[in-house]
Write a protein that binds this ligand. Structure first.
Ligand code: ATP
Length: 226
């Protein structure tokens, strides 16, 4: 069984220990919700897993093979960062062709949401339109694992539902790690919930733990998961 295994991640910025021996694992079929307060180290962890940020210590293996820089293994992992990555002056249809294989390019170009953008350049799209374009590209890529940093940020409720359905569909053969402060929508699709707290990870089994560990206010409405 394929598995992304991330272990012993340590990261310090100055005198602040951000990540303290973090362990997390993900298999195709899993959608992991990575929750945590502002500044708890979620983006730092995703960047270290992807390989775009160095760690003080890390051990990452995929399918029992140790890997130093996951981002160099093009067929393994993709990462949606918080910042936009689309080049401003390129037409959407050309970006899709560059980014995807023929089958996935056809799927994205046939998506009702994207058809109106195909002849436009990136700088002619709104912030939310750019974000959904980026999510579609990353989710449709031919990789085993997808890391999504705040995919719902800036998206309207209708787009969020479309993104959630897309992630669920693609999780049949990909593993997802998702962090977003829109916790209700993340919990709605996740199979495992992990809370980052004081540089460590905790597996959350009960909704009430999110309140007990100080991530959610006591008045939070219970959602279906966990
Ligand atoms: N390049 C850097 N140099 C110094 N400190 C940094 C750097 N990047 C992040 N930090 C600090 O590390 C901590 C974790 O940041 P990170 O962005 O990983 O948090 P986060 O959980 O993703 O937060 P948010 O939910 O607000 O996006 C924060 O205190 C932040 O100020």
């Amino acid at each position: 069984m394929s598995e992304l295994h991330v272990d012993s991640i340590r990261k310090r910025f100055g005198d602040k220990q951000i990540l303290n021996d973090i362990f997390i694992s993900c298999k195709p079929g899993q959608i992991i919700a990575l929750l945590g307060r502002n500044g708890s180290g979620k983006s730092t962890l995703l960047k270290i897993i992807f390989g775009s940020l160095s760690a003080d210590n890390k051990f990452i293996k995929v399918d029992d093979r140790k890997i130093d820089s996951l981002y160099q293994k093009r067929k393994l992992i993709h990462y949606l960062a918080q910042d936009n990555f689309l080049p401003n002056h390129v037409k959407i249809k050309n970006i899709i062709r560059c980014f995807c294989d023929t089958k996935n390019a056809a799927l994205i170009m046939g998506n009702d949401l994207i058809i109106p953008f195909l002849q436009k350049k990136v700088n002619q799209l709104s912030g939310g339109e750019k974000r959904i374009m980026e999510i579609l590209l990353v989710v449709h890529s031919n990789v085993k694992y997808v890391l999504l940093d705040e995919p719902f940020n800036g998206s309207s409720p209708l787009h969020i539902e479309i993104i959630k359905e897309l992630i669920k569909e693609h999780s049949k053969n990909k593993g997802f790690i998702i962090t977003d402060h829109d916790y209700k929508n993340v919990l709605d699709i996740s199979s495992t919930v992990i809370l980052m707290d004081s540089g460590n990870t905790r597996v959350i089994k009960e909704f009430s733990e999110l309140i007990d560990y100080g991530y959610l206010p006591a008045t939070s409405e219970r959602t279906q998961h966990p």
